[in-house]
Design a protein. Structure first.
Length: 159
């Protein structure tokens, strides 16, 4: 009986951990009833987490509902850019390429991607091979404030 309880407890713990990770990877920030809807698709790195937290803080004026998803965990799969005023995607530009999961999503929604902004970290002054508004930067935490000021202006231009 004790062994069954231990196995049950173990699987329950794994399930709860999975739910917690999913909930963190797909979360709502800002005002849940905000007039404007923003989607932020990111991947978990120390730099991007700090950048996204700063971006959320600057966008949270009571009028914005922010949905945050982890695109590396399939967070973009069910997302439609038409459900949002603005879509912001940040990803690592490994070997001067946009992540395939992001490129696949952009290709799938290309007929209605006018409100998408792509941020890619790797090198400055790189033009990603996409049709959407794009910004590149190095992963330098000292530049997050200036970068997010620019990104907030770009996002708010869709409101």
């Amino acid at each position: 009986m004790n062994k069954r309880y231990s196995i049950f407890a173990f699987f329950t713990l794994i399930l709860l951990l999975g739910i917690t990770v999913y909930a963190y990877a797909n979360r709502i920030e800002g005002n849940p009833n905000g007039r404007y809807r923003v989607l932020i698709a990111t991947e978990s790195t120390a730099y991007k987490n700090q950048m996204v937290d700063t971006l959320i803080s600057k966008l949270s004026d009571g009028n914005v509902r922010i949905t945050v998803v982890d695109h590396m965990r399939g967070g973009l799969d069910a997302m439609d850019p038409r459900d949002f005023n603005a879509v912001f995607i940040t990803n690592s530009g490994a070997q001067a390429m946009v992540r395939p999961v992001v490129m696949n999503w952009l290709n799938r929604v290309r007929d209605f991607d006018d409100n998408v902004i792509l941020h890619t970290t790797q090198i400055n002054n790189w033009t990603p091979p996409v049709q959407v508004d794009s910004v590149t930067s190095a992963s330098n935490r000292r530049n997050i404030s200036d970068l997010t000021d620019d990104l907030v202006d770009r996002i708010r231009a869709f409101f």
